[in-house]
Design a protein around this ligand. Structure first.
Ligand code: ADP
Ligand code: MG
Length: 362
């Protein structure tokens, strides 16, 4: 079994808005994996295996978080998942994708590319190398208001059924999967999925509310399917053809690498959400609560575990395998250093301390 004890924490820098508002920095990385939170009525120290502070580059996060190893495990046929969690504006999307660019004409600088693009580059590099023969494809889903939608399907997003079978576990019926062979292909795929369609609002549900204009109102799951046939002994290139049909390659491996960008966990009151936004916020909170509940049950020793309520939300159903089953999961906890975010930061750190006790059996 494998534990999530490597769960890294990332503290982003104070933003201009926070600095202008006069927010104080209440989170300090003390080195050796310790995070210190100090404010008038709170003084707490948390220990983690890895803490990335405001100065940590995107490359440092890729190399130091275990992400590269996760990519390698996906190529070896494992089901791998990485998810970023934390309140809206804490740096989840930045960590996964880098700063959001609005169009193809202004691509992000290579240095700020996130875990996703760095992983794609890693996979594509491997697929071009002589020893492997990787076939890569992507599917992209969002969970919005407890509906699963395909972000790759053309036209307005429609809800897809989430089913369960004994062999596959939970799966989404009819989800599209698109092959890609270059960084450009996959970048365009993501850009299309997230871009503004001519008709109006953004494909992926985002709305401008008080806390963060780019905040995501849905959970987004990008899955890269990695099929590999390793060339080697038994390869037709090395043997003359025979009459007897033979298995020409070693058994193929099928791994997955899933990137989960969770919607923020902030309270409805603080974001000033009303009406439709309020329904969204409640759905988001409900699924994050379900996730938290599953994680705290999974964190108990195996013998003392009760039934894990994956069925409580679409999110936990989709993550069931990554969390408790045969998957390998990397969670990155994102926090803001600002005094304004103190209570959310503390709750993220508590959540992370619980989550690192979860073990799976890949
Ligand atoms: P979330 O996805 O958690 O809501 P974002 O990733 O959108 O948060 O980050 C909020 C803002 O902070 C964005 O403007 C983003 O570019 C910026 N930001 C986040 N993390 C960093 C970082 N490590 N370095 C620089 N800017 C960051
Ligand atoms: Mg985001």
């Amino acid at each position: 079994s494998l534990s999530l004890s490597s769960l890294p924490i990332r503290v982003r820098p104070l933003t201009c808005t926070e600095t202008q508002r006069g927010d104080r920095q209440v989170v300090h990385s003390l080195g050796n994996g310790t995070v210190h939170v100090s404010a008038a009525r709170h003084n707490a120290t948390f220990g983690f295996s890895t803490v990335f502070d405001a100065g940590a580059s995107q490359e440092a996060v890729f190399e130091g978080s275990g992400m590269r190893q996760l990519v390698e495990l996906a190529m070896d046929g494992f089901s791998c998942t990485v998810f970023a969690f934390g309140q809206t504006g804490s740096g989840k999307t930045y960590t996964l994708m880098g700063p959001l660019t609005q169009s193809e004409s202004q691509p992000a600088a290579p240095g700020v590319l996130g875990l996703m693009q760095r992983s794609f580059a890693c996979l594509l590099e491997q697929s071009r190398s002589h020893s492997s023969d990787l076939v890569l494809s992507a599917s992209y889903l969002e969970i919005y208001n407890e509906q699963v939608r395909d972000l790759l399907s053309p036209g307005p997003p429609c809800a897809l059924p989430l089913r369960w079978s004994k062999t596959r576990g939970f799966y989404v019926e009819n989800q599209l999967s698109v092959d890609f062979e270059s960084l450009e292909d996959i970048a365009n795929l993501l850009l299309q999925a997230l871009s503004v369609p001519p008709a109006g609002s953004q494909r992926r549900r985002t709305s401008a509310h008080a806390l963060n204009r780019h905040s995501s109102r849905s959970h987004a799951l990008l899955t890269i399917h990695v099929r590999s046939r390793t060339k080697g002994r038994g390869d037709p290139e090395h043997h003359p053809p025979t009459r007897v049909p033979q298995r020409s390659t070693r058994p193929s491996k099928q791994g997955t690498l899933c990137f989960v960008d969770l919607a923020g966990s902030e309270r409805v009151k603080e974001t000033g959400s009303r009406g439709e936004l309020c329904v969204e916020a409640n759905n988001i909170n409900r699924s994050l609560l379900a996730l938290g509940h599953c994680i705290s049950l999974l964190a108990k020793p195996r013998g003392k575990r009760t039934h894990i309520p994956y069925r409580d939300s679409k999110l936990t159903r989709l993550l069931a395998r990554s969390l408790g089953g045969s998957g390998i999961t990397l969670m990155v906890a994102c926090i803001s250093p600002s005094s304004h975010c103190l209570s959310e930061t503390l709750s993220t750190l508590h959540y992370a301390s619980r989550a690192r006790r979860v073990t799976t059996r890949p």
